[in-house]
Design a protein around this ligand. Sequence first.
Ligand code: SAM
Length: 396
Amino acid sequence: MSFRFNFDVDDSGDRITTPEPVAGNFSVSVTSNIKEEKEQQISTQAEPCEIISLSVPTVSSIVVDAVYYKNQQLWKRQIDDVQFQLAQQDSMDGSNESAMVKAMVEDKNASDVIKGVYEGGLKTWECSIDLLNYIVDYSDEISKLINGGNVLEIGCGTALPSLHILRNISGACVSMQDYNKDVLELVTMPNVLSNTDLEPPSGGDSPGYKIHVDGDTETCEIDLDYRRTQVLFGDNTDNVIGERDIPELTKDEAEAADAQILNYADIKSRCEFIAGDWSEIEKELRRYERQHSFNLILTSETIYETSNYKKLHDLLACALAKPAAKSMGGNEKALPLPMALVAAKTLYFGLTGSVLTFKQYVRSQGIFNIECVWQSGGSMNREILCLTWQAPPQHI
Ligand SMILES: C[S@@+](CC[C@H](N)C(=O)[O-])C[C@H]1O[C@@H](n2cnc3c(N)ncnc32)[C@H](O)[C@@H]1O
């Protein structure tokens, strides 16, 4: 299934719509001359690396869909709701738009990936669900491996695997990376908040949350202004608000409330967000010798272009933790080895990347072992590959 953007917003104001299906096949866009020119201009300059901390979306409410897997549930921001925010911001002030937002607002039929401008992070791709299920199936091993340490999700987009880890593995610190800062702010951060500190209550509506169930699908509108009013006015909230009449907050009040929401948010110290091109991130991590040793690295649907293999591989080699001395020999019980799990389709039709060529590339570099640890089977096979250090990595 191929997803296309559509920025027409229903002016009835009803923003709760059917949850979008998980994205399947890619459609990479180079259709109009304008876009080709833009891509040529932009693709020569890789997105710079920027490390940002959690913030509350600057809107009055967000709409999230329930995602079910293995008897568990997560919430993720609805793409229609993101489109609604972009369309509103565009009509108010188009001046601060990024290349990604401009491309999407200008072209309502923008495709899944616009090379060098937008790399597909606003929606959830099939293989990230595979990765999520795999993490649940091997939850004991994964918990031992993380062991209160750091996890990195490369090309996270909606970041479902990271959300699961943040919710279920205590003490884990998760860094979430995406090419586009906008993706991190529009979906990744709202998803982190709506699965932790702003999580919808189970068992129906409650103040600040409007739940909508339609057959098997469940959607919730989280009223951020209600929450803001709550942190500003505490026990007096209901008097201030009245039944349905939430007072409009000034910009200063909203900012003060957001700062307080984040002060209360235990999750803030357990997550960070890294925007930019993989080559820039690797440079940044090396340059400042940041704490960037990750016991577990996750990535899904990121090997669709062979031209990206080198930078993805180099980032893995820079960021994956070195095995603890004990796990490299001796009589002591081996500790789990740091590993990177790469979920991907076996073939990407019409694109250059594939599992086979990625494996060949990794083997040709002589740094990691790579093996398939899971396959979906069927005509459109999907796989999970596991990369571990080939030998004590003195050469890195
Ligand atoms: C198709 S999306 C997959 C998103 C998510 N992992 C999923 O499976 O739902 C590809 C992801 O890889 C990231 N990506 C692709 N090329 C990149 C590059 N050169 N530098 C940084 N990130 C890149 C994008 O930001 C995007 O989130």
